[in-house]
Design a protein around this ligand. Structure first.
Ligand SMILES: *Cc1c(COP(=O)(O)O)cnc(C)c1O
Length: 416
């Protein structure tokens, strides 16, 4: 007789069979028994990264300005590693720099300034549910350039993607709120057919689900490194420009690190022919060292294994939600089809904010809240176990059943 999948014993059995189980020990561990389900906001600290940051600081102390001989290539070197191990891109197509926000600004601007952009004014298109910084960047550029801003409702869908020739579309691969995974190849093909340029934001997908930029014909992408790639708070982000497009695009930020000969200081601005043209200023060398370590752990595990684990753990959350939480007024906001979701699950409840606070302060579970009514459970596949989600949902069920959340202030705080 098969064990009841809703029991803790079944979760323990799945952990015992988990090929990634040993990776958990490669991360700095919890304060006593806290279950950290927010790796999709800020990933955990890898033990190797703590050591590497110490070494990087020592290197700065020893080499001083002489260190730049190597450091200068770190954005491209780290980009190549990320391209090969995580993004399905080629060498020279990815560079690690700046924040996701700034990189998105650079790519949208570069597309709008490209010489072959049609004469009629393009529209800037994104979904109303997209991550705030993506919407703000697009809205800001539309306002600065007097262009139409076209926001659509619902999940991005290839059949209805509202764009035409010359438009610039910005989409997230995995939606930060719902965890829905967009059909990247289909949307990419739809944009191409309509003559629009599509820029992907991979912040919530890279490191947890397969991203095959080249194979799917993706042209442009950005993303952060501090979520599933575990590179740390404020670690530099990345951008991807398919080789075929690099010659015709230039960054709207003309900085000395994008210049062909960086130290030919008397020259006029002449962008480097390679992906380096998308750099702006001095790269953050300590942050880049952390990005490299984060990519190495991800590569050791392998994206296919990480995705399989993400599917298995989110399936357990869905099953436990249906059995325990739906009767308490929760509603699943994430797609039920595992092929259509990333590595987090959003549970809607009218008291989501109070429940989130109560989980953190009374139950030793760290999820996060995304307004207006979602508790988000991120299950970073490198270090979350099946028993972690079993215990977290057991504590959640118990807390809400005895109304333990009602003592908490119902108005959301400054950082949610
Ligand atoms: C986390 C995230 C960002 C973060 O942008 P930063 O500039 O690094 O703060 C951007 N977009 C999406 C979709 C995200 O999930």
């Amino acid at each position: 007789v098969a064990a009841d999948p809703l029991t803790r014993a079944a979760a323990e059995a799945d952990d015992a069979a988990d090929p990634l189980a040993a990776f958990r020990d490669r991360f700095v561990s919890d304060a006593a028994g806290v279950i950290y389900l927010d790796g999709n906001s800020l990933g955990r600290l890898p033990v190797a990264t703590r050591e590497r940051l110490g070494a990087a600081a020592a290197e700065w102390g020893e080499r001083l300005v002489g260190g730049w001989h190597d450091w200068i290539d770190a954005p491209v070197r780290t980009g190549d590693l990320l391209a090969e191990q995580v993004l399905g891109a080629g060498p020279g197509e990815v560079v690690v720099c700046d924040s996701t926000t700034v990189n998105l600004f650079k790519l949208v601007g570069a597309v709008l300034d490209a010489p072959d952009t049609p004469r009629h004014p393009p529209a800037l298109v994104t979904d109303r549910g997209n991550f705030p910084t993506d919407r703000y960047v697009v809205e800001g550029i539309a306002a600065q350039r007097g262009l139409e801003l076209r926001l659509f409702d619902g999940e991005p869908d290839a059949a209805t993607l509202p764009c035409g020739a010359g438009d610039v579309v910005v989409l997230s691969h995995v939606g930060y709120r719902t965890g829905a995974l967009a059909d990247l190849p289909a949307l990419q093909a739809a944009a191409r057919e309509r003559g629009a340029t599509l820029i992907w934001d991979l912040s919530h997908s890279a490191g947890a689900v397969p991203v095959e930029l080249r194979a799917s014909g993706a042209e442009l992408a950005v993303g952060c490194t501090y979520k599933y790639l575990n590179a740390g708070p404020g670690a530099p982000a990345y951008l991807y420009v398919a080789s075929a497009l690099q010659a015709e695009l230039r960054s709207p930020i003309w900085g000395w690190f994008g210049q062909r000969e960086l130290f030919a200081m008397e020259r006029d601005y002449d962008p480097d022919p390679s992906i380096r043209r998308f750099l702006a200023g001095t790269p953050p060398i300590l942050g880049l060292a952390a990005v490299e370590e984060g990519i190495r752990i991800t590569a050791d595990a392998g994206i296919a294994a990480l995705h399989a684990k993400a599917v298995a753990v989110t399936e357990r959350i869905v099953a436990l939600h249906d059995a325990w939480l739906a009767p308490l007024g929760f509603e699943l906001a994430t797609p039920r089809d595992p092929a259509r979701r990333g590595s987090h699950v959003a549970l809607r409840h009218p008291r989501a904010w109070q429940i989130t606070r109560a989980l953190v302060e009374r139950a030793g579970v760290v999820p996060d809240f995304r307004g207006p009514d979602a508790v988000r459970l991120g299950v970073a596949p490198l270090y979350i176990r099946h028993v972690d989600v079993w215990d977290a949902l057991d504590r959640l069920r118990d807390l809400v059943a005895r109304r333990g959340h009602e003592e908490f202030d119902p108005s959301p705080g400054r950082v949610t």
